[in-house]
Design a protein around this ligand. Structure first.
Ligand SMILES: [Zn+2]
Length: 856
């Protein structure tokens, strides 16, 4: 018999865990822990050995008992390379239920995975330590020996032994506490539901909790380090709302007995959906609502809703293996948007999601993209799944399907899926089956092209008599003219303006081409009407001209798509760059924040590929595009403005003051900041982050040292982030050099440092320095930074846009044999190739165009 290669990474299913009784004694001072696991296992066939996962643990003893029998002691072999423990017993173990008792010790590490320690300084400068866990994907095995695969679900009965003075939290409510008389107490938590190991959590430290907010029978609390409780209100509000929203949407009660949302000072990811004990980095949970910008609040609402969506989709029903991570994350992202959109309709979250969808389309337009779902053999390969394609493309195609089936039918299918698989595991095909049962439609036929194949189509649309001709092919930034025959089933919605009215057409474009009849000649047409489709549109020249003239008559998301698609076509060599820049001139009166985000980021991209002497010309173009709206919005909050308008004011001031180098805006920012020092309420919370960024761009040593102090003494996580990233926004090499030093000497936390370096790589003033710094220090970084963040740091190399840099970058990765997992590195390198090719192709035309701007 030939075993499939996947079996090499799978534990044998001859012995299956049913229940873990865990007792852990973390010592925060020594940074160690001791533990005992009594694992109730079902032996399926007679065995002489038991294999489970363990990593960086020392296991002192392993014994099997049955119905209180004399323990059978096993020998212990640890296989660090494969992260396994093997226990061999002197006698055959008969089928049936046994208890496996393991005693072990481990270290509270500094790598922010497994059972780790996080340190912080209080307001008085005293250092404190917290112990916390991050087990997804495969690090529960660093906390206790276990069957660390998502399909081995079990009940967990956890007891934590901690100092009397410390708080401790795990997945369920405290059932019993007992003082041990030695300054410690044993805290026993209620049994969990049947769940996967990667969802187990322990947190220990000097933490304080808010009063609970009740959602039905479920108490919701926020935990944080002492002194920050005042920053918890906003998260509690969105948390309570989302929990109730999901109970209604899913039609099932919350599966746990309480919800704790915990802010951890050192945290590698954004947040982690441990059932009932959701951990967050501080800036994804804690905020002073009155002093925060819309963008900062939106992020917290998103993350809190996302994690709570997982309590059902992920925790109650779990993927059978890591290839299903995409569905877990895509669905939680989709639900996060549903909940936040219901909570704050005025945030228009489905429109603002366009920015995220566009980001996924950037990656998915590469040769080095991947299908959303792919085979994962080694669990380490699933690391590469935590990316834009999983979260944003995944959520986009779910939204496209939901809109195609209708929201009620879609929800019905989701309910069926959860009902059928709760407390168990499921595959992607199980969701399709449930949605198919609810909708009576062939779901796999529609979805397979989007899920199991890489890339996405560009739909070309041309006039054909009175009607239209549509055709599809794969969109690619490189070699975009070659058609490789890949086709999708595209739910196309289009709208045509005819005779003072509109006609809408819906079709499933599943072949090469399709014709669309229209009742009369259209004034203009928009394909991907409503903007939910995960495809690009390339209009024929006549249609593009008409649509550009009518740009202000179409919906904001449609304008957004018109700009992002056009810029992508320019990057792919399918539209001249100067035509794109001309198109942006149609948007000077634009009022939608997302459209501006697309426009501003495309101009920032152009800035990275032009020669230094053209920066003045580009800055002048930026001022021309933004000036009208900036002067209309002014600096002060106006009466009937929405929150999005206020955020737009901040966004536009930031762009015109940095990329546009507008001296007047810079001078006014200086004045406003001076006022702010005396009276913090004198500057709107959406404008303050912009002012800080502008002062960094235009500032010098004085601003640098002030911002550095403010970063170190920040009162909120948001304030800390603003000043931290401002330290990467200066133009003087000497100051940027100091920022780089801080990324390694501990002044910037390892959870943030890689992102600060990435931000420096994105700056035309910092990228050369940051690149040299990486070349000199990458080995230290690889040791110090959390793995996921270290990987993302390198995304910044795609901003090193020159043929020389590109050669150097390729040589660097090749010589040092750096592999970032999956296709991550090939994607970064291809993004750089796309940019350099764009630069080479357009250098002359852009040079002439931007030189003319300068004299404006
Ligand atoms: Zn998630």
């Amino acid at each position: 018999m030939v075993l499939s290669a996947a079996m090499d990474y799978r534990l044998p299913a001859t012995v299956v865990p049913k229940r873990y009784d865990l007792r852990l004694e973390p010592d925060l001072v020594a940074a160690t822990f001791a533990g005992e696991a009594v694992i109730t296992v079902e032996v399926e066939t007679t065995v002489t050995e038991i294999v489970c996962n363990a990593a960086e643990l020392a296991i002192q003893s392993a014994a099997l008992t049955r119905d209180g029998s004399v323990p059978i002691h096993g020998s212990i072999t640890l296989d660090e390379a494969n992260e396994r423990a093997r226990f061999v017993f002197p006698a055959a173990i008969a089928p049936g239920e046994w208890k496996l008792t393991l005693r072990f010790t481990g270290t509270l590490n500094d790598r922010l995975h497994g059972f780790y320690r996080s340190t912080y300084k209080d307001a008085a400068g005293a250092a404190h330590t917290i112990a916390a866990t991050q087990f997804e994907a495969t690090d529960a095995r660093r906390g206790f020996p276990c069957w660390d695969e998502p399909a081995f679900k079990a009940v967990f009965g956890v007891t934590l032994v901690v100092a009397e003075t410390l708080a401790t939290v795990s997945n369920s409510a405290v059932a019993r506490e007992e003082s041990l008389g030695d300054g410690r107490r044993a805290v026993q938590f209620a049994d969990t539901i049947r769940m996967s190991t990667y969802l187990v959590a322990f947190v220990v430290g000097e933490l304080e909790a808010t009063e609970p907010v009740m959602v039905g029978p479920t108490p919701v609390r926020v935990w944080c380090v002492p002194g920050k409780k005042a920053l918890a209100r906003f998260a509690l509000d969105v948390g309570a709302y989302s929990l109730a929203f999901f109970e209604r949407y899913y039609g099932l009660p919350y599966p746990g007995d309480k919800v704790d949302l915990l802010a951890i000072p050192d945290f590698a990811a954004g947040a982690m959906e441990n059932l009932g004990a959701i951990t967050f980095r501080e800036n994804a949970l804690l905020v002073n609502e009155a002093a925060a910008s819309h963008a900062e609040l939106e992020r917290i609402a998103d993350v809190v809703a996302h994690e709570l969506a997982h309590m059902w989709f992920g925790d109650l029903v779990t993927m059978a293996w890591w290839n299903g991570i995409w569905l877990n994350e895509a669905f939680a992202t989709f639900m996060e948007l549903m909940a936040v959109d219901a909570w704050k309709p005025e945030w228009r979250r489905w429109t603002t999601f366009g920015v995220s969808r566009a980001a996924a389309m950037q990656v998915d337009g590469l040769e080095a993209t991947r299908s959303i779902e792919y085979e994962v053999r080694n669990p380490h390969d699933c690391r590469a799944m935590f990316d834009l394609l999983t979260y944003e493309k995944g959520a986009s195609v779910l939204r496209m399907l939901e809109q195609h089936l209708g929201p009620d039918v879609f929800r019905e299918g989701v309910r069926l899926y959860l009902e059928r698989h709760r407390y168990a595991n499921a595959e992607t095909t199980d969701l399709w089956r449930a949605l198919g049962d609810a909708s009576h439609q062939p779901i796999p036929a529609i979805m397979d092209g989007w899920i199991f194949k890489p890339g996405y189509p560009v739909v070309t649309v041309d006039l054909d008599g009175v009607g239209l001709k549509l055709s599809q092919r794969r969109f690619q930034y490189l070699g975009g003219e070659t058609d490789r025959g890949q086709r999708w089933r595209i739910p196309v919605v289009l709208r045509a303006a005819v005779k003072r009215g509109y006609v809408e057409r819906r079709l499933l474009l599943d072949g090469e081409e399709a014709s669309v009849e229209l009742p009369a000649k259209a004034d203009w047409i928009v394909v991907n009407s409503g903007g939910h489709g995960f495809y690009r549109v390339r209009y024929g020249p006549a249609l593009l001209k008409k649509l550009a003239n009518a740009a202000m008559k179409i919906a904001p998301i449609e304008r957004f798509n018109l700009l992002t698609d056009s810029f992508a076509l320019a990057q792919a060599g399918l539209m001249p760059a100067v035509d794109y820049l001309d198109l942006t001139a149609r948007f000077t009166a634009e009022s939608d924040r997302n459209v501006w985000t697309a426009l501003n980021s495309s101009l920032a991209h152009v800035n990275r590929l032009i020669r230094d002497e053209l920066r003045g010309g580009l800055a002048s173009l930026v001022r021309h595009r933004l000036a009208e709206k900036v002067s209309l919005l002014g600096w002060e909050v106006q009466e009937e403005e929405t929150e999005l308008d206020r955020q737009l004011r901040g966004d536009l001031l930031r762009t015109i003051g940095t990329l546009g180098d507008d001296e007047e805006v810079q001078a006014r920012s200086r004045e406003a900041y001076t006022r702010y020092r005396d009276d913090e309420s004198s500057v709107d919370a959406n404008v303050l982050p912009a002012i800080i960024a502008i002062l960094a761009t235009a500032g010098g040593e004085a601003e640098y040292s002030e911002f550095r102090d403010r970063f170190k003494n920040a009162r909120t996580p948001q304030e800390e982030q603003r000043y931290l990233y401002a330290l990467a926004g200066f133009r003087q090499a000497e100051l940027l050099g100091q920022t780089l030093e801080m990324t390694l000497n501990g002044e910037i936390r390892s959870q943030d440092a890689p992102y600060v370096i990435r931000s420096l790589l994105g700056s035309v003033y910092g990228r050369g320095l940051a690149w040299d710094f990486i070349k000199g220090n990458w080995q230290v970084m690889a040791r110090q930074y959390p793995e996921s963040a270290y990987t993302r740091m390198y995304e910044g190399v795609s901003a090193l846009v020159s043929a020389d840099w590109e050669r150097e970058v390729r040589a660097f990765f090749a010589e040092n044999k750096i592999d970032l997992g999956g296709k991550t590195l090939p994607q970064y390198l291809e993004q750089l190739r796309v940019a350099v090719a764009f630069q080479e192709r357009e250098a002359e035309a852009l040079g002439a165009y931007l030189s003319r701007q300068k004299s404006r």
